[in-house]
Write a protein that binds this ligand. Structure first.
Ligand code: NAP
Length: 406
């Protein structure tokens, strides 16, 4: 049995950034162990559905820290290690290999796993789900010999992967069960903009459709609920993700849509924290609980945890954020638009330069920004975090600088 001051369970982005932050303040040799089921050192996940899938980024280029860095810091990395039992009383993790790891402080960063389609044929060869570097590698490989692809899901993976496959000159059909793309996040006008953009680049969009079954060996037949059939060389499904909490089901840790933590990322058990996709945390800016499955949340919570365990007892006060790149467009979104009472657009929704501002009465709760002046990027998160009142009329006035809206 080996004992560590800190164990990070899960070797994803939380671990990569938390380790970096801990090390920057001094870490003794052997104090930190990272246990990961993955076969690769902690890497950035956004490129898996963007630059890496396109073939622009390399495996080495997306690593958060270089291999020699872990060695230099005295960090013990256990890759391809599956923990199948946790003993909270003895503070031990049991691996399926028989190894036992003891911790003083545990950071749970087990992330989320891709949800599978629930139709016959959901596990056939050439039906792909995207979560890990290994998954992205397989999709990239199959794409080399594909002429036609079907992408399922109108969320992040569906939209990003459809854009990449189409850029590889693969005839791509995007199947969504909603009546518009990104409906959970975008206004109808924004969905319309992106749908037009995708159509103009050759992506076929099938709305209000779902997959009834998948058949075939090499080539696949995708049967849709409407009775329509599409033949293709590969299917990629992006139909959501679920927090990985199975190991803790009977442990006594509070679990509800992920592992429940407070504003310091502490679970209901002393010395155990959770961060990233798996953590259901208290968002003190919006006064609600949330679980966020985006890069920025994993990075910021990993870094925040490193501060908390070093004695900086500050609450995690962070405006939720994500970005996406599709075709030649890059956009960002801060905040949470739920409960908005009005939206204001700046720029021009018929061009690719616009921003959308969601307000709840006279407070800004969310902002989408694409190809806009830097000040919009700067003020959007600041105003949401400070909850200051803003002048709706001045925000609407496109002849005024955004600064004049407060
Ligand atoms: P997602 O963004 O939650 O989107 C899933 C989509 O699939 C939704 O439109 C959902 O519709 C639909 N869906 C669910 N079940 C379905 C089914 N059985 N058949 C057809 N459609 C179905 O999830 P994702 O795109 O799979 O991405 C997984 C996770 O990775 C997400 O948490 C995402 O945030 C993260 N990610 C983030 C980025 C980024 O930040 N740029 C990029 C890639 C991945 P309903 O809304 O009706 O449920």
């Amino acid at each position: 049995m080996t004992r560590s001051k800190y164990i990070m369970l899960g070797g994803g982005m939380v671990a990569g950034y938390a380790a970096k932050e801990l090390a920057s303040h001094g870490l003794g040799p052997g104090e930190l162990r990272i246990i990961s089921a993955d076969d690769t050192l902690p890497y950035e996940r956004p490129p898996l559905s963007k630059g890496f899938l396109l073939g622009k980024d390399t495996e080495e280029g997306i690593l958060i820290n270089k291999p020699e860095w872990y060695e230099k810091q005295g960090i013990d990395l256990k890759l391809q290690t599956i923990i199948d039992e946790i003993d909270l009383t003895k503070k031990r993790l049991h691996a399926d290999s028989g190894e036992v790891f003891e911790y003083e402080t545990l950071l749970i960063a087990t992330g989320a796993r891709a949800r599978k389609l629930d139709c016959p044929g959901n596990d056939l060869p050439n039906v792909f789900y995207l979560r890990s570097l290994g998954d992205s590698r397989k999709i990239r490989e199959r794409a080399k010999n594909s002429k036609q692809a079907v992408v399922i899901g109108g969320g992040f993976i569906g939209m990003e992967v459809a854009s990449v496959l189409s850029q590889k000159n693969i005839e791509t059909s995007l199947i969504i069960r909603e009546d518009r793309v990104w409906s959970r996040v975008f206004t109808p006008a924004m969905s319309e903009f992106f749908e037009r953009y995708y159509l103009s680049r050759g992506v076929k969009l099938l709305k209000n459709e779902s997959v009834a079954s998948l058949q075939g060996k090499d080539r696949l037949d995708v049967s849709l609920s409407s009775g329509r059939k599409i033949a293709c060389d590969m299917v990629v499904a992006g139909v959501g993700a679920t927090a990985v909490t199975d190991l803790f089901a009977k442990s006594g840790l509070a679990i509800e849509n992920g592992i429940v933590v407070n504003e310091y990322l502490e679970t209901n058990q002393a010395g155990i924290f959770a961060a990233g996709d798996v953590a259901n945390y208290v968002d003190k800016i919006f006064d609600k609980r949330r679980r966020v499955e985006h890069w920025d949340n994993a990075v910021s919570q990993g870094q925040h945890w490193a501060g908390v365990i070093r004695g900086e007892r500050r609450p995690f006060l962070h405006v939720p954020y994500f970005f996406s790149d599709v075709f030649d467009l890059s956009y960002e979104l801060w905040g949470d638009s739920q409960g908005a009472t009005q939206t204001i657009a700046r720029g021009d929704l018929s061009s690719s330069s616009f921003s959308i501002w969601w307000l709840k009465q006279d407070r800004l709760i969310a902002t989408f920004v694409m190809n806009r002046p830097d000040e919009e990027r700067q003020f959007a998160p600041e105003w949401t975090k400070s909850r200051r009142t803003i002048s709706v009329d001045r925000l609407k006035d496109q002849n005024r600088s955004i600064q004049e809206a407060i």
